[in-house]
Design a protein around this ligand. Structure first.
Ligand SMILES: [Zn+2]
Length: 306
């Protein structure tokens, strides 16, 4: 009895050691949202189980902690968050749930863009401060996220570092291909026609990388309604700029945008996946599928009819 207590005590003190000695036992990774969870699955492969707190088609900006989430976080071997204020609620919950392991902000070291200011179209209130947290929308930055995930897994589970390295390298090659494909697709649209409106300002990094101008009535969050003034300004601007298409987002209420589309006489181009993946049977069940879907929808709506 006493000896088993001692072993248990050692396991609690040295969980990494326990993991390394048991090749069958998988590392329990909990990611704050679905896109991060997918990346962690790619890098962790068979060696990990990955759970996400904010799931497919769910909006992190309005996340409310639930007791079941606290239990999942407390049990985690590793918690991956984005950082940049995006998933502060999950970080706070991990702390209050008694998670004592490592909580890794995957955006570490990734250059961020600040809120751009054209002096129009902005809602009042910025839930996330002045930094745009939506770094995953740029495949280059996604590659940096993957490197950070690999480092976190290797540190937590050094016995399987080589496996994580190999998985990350394979996935990195796919992200390269994604970027090249997306560049070629967007290049088929004349530059002056690459103007799009979405619900909230979540595609700034995508726009910067590929040269598409995105506007939105809401800023980096979705947790406050856009002001009537911001909506009116946006409608004026859409008419003036002859914006090609308005896109709904999987996480946002479509009502405001549908009204804007009607009043400005701009058509709805489709639905983009911004801050969450789709369900497994949807068009964006993985990060790679999400990016291909979004670029495909954008290019189809923007490309001139021939
Ligand atoms: Zn967002």
């Amino acid at each position: 009895m006493r000896r088993s207590m001692l072993v248990l005590g050692l396991l609690l003190l040295f969980p990494t050691l326990a993991l390394a000695q048991d090749p069958v036992r998988k590392l329990k990774v909990v990611a704050s949202f679905s896109i991060l969870a997918d990346m962690a699955r790619e890098v962790g492969g068979e060696a990990v189980t990955v759970d996400s707190i904010v799931g497919p088609d769910q909006d992190m900006h309005v996340y409310e902690p639930a007791p079941a989430d606290a239990r999942r976080l407390a049990d985690a071997g590793l918690v991956l968050v984005l950082g940049l204020g995006f998933d502060r609620g999950v970080q706070q919950l991990a702390k209050s749930a008694g998670f004592r392991g490592e909580l890794v902000p995957v955006s570490a070291g990734i250059p961020t863009r600040k809120e751009h200011d054209h002096g129009h179209g902005k809602a009042q209130g910025h839930a996330h401060g002045a930094f745009d947290p939506h770094v995953w929308q740029d495949p280059e930055r996604a590659r940096a996220m993957v490197r950070n995930i690999e480092a976190a897994l290797a540190k937590r589970d050094p016995a399987r570092a080589a496996l994580y390295r190999a998985n990350a390298e394979r996935y990195d090659a796919e992200l390269w291909r994604l970027r090249d494909w997306a560049s070629a697709e967007v290049a088929s649209v004349p530059k002056d026609q690459r103007k799009v409106v979405t619900s909230h300002e979540s595609f700034g990094y995508l726009g910067e990388r590929f040269g598409i101008r995105f506007e939105a009535p809401q800023s980096f969050g979705t947790d406050s309604e856009p002001s009537a003034k911001a909506v009116a300004r946006l409608i004026q601007q859409l008419k003036r700029d002859r914006t090609r298409a308005i896109f709904l987002e999987n996480i946002a209420n479509p009502r405001t945008l549908e009204r804007i589309a009607q009043e400005a006489g701009v058509r709805i181009g489709g639905r983009l996946y911004s801050d969450a993946l789709s369900a497994p049977d949807g068009p964006a069940p993985t990060y790679l599928a999400m990016m291909r879907h979004n670029i495909g929808q954008l290019v189809a709506a923007l490309r001139p009819a021939s």
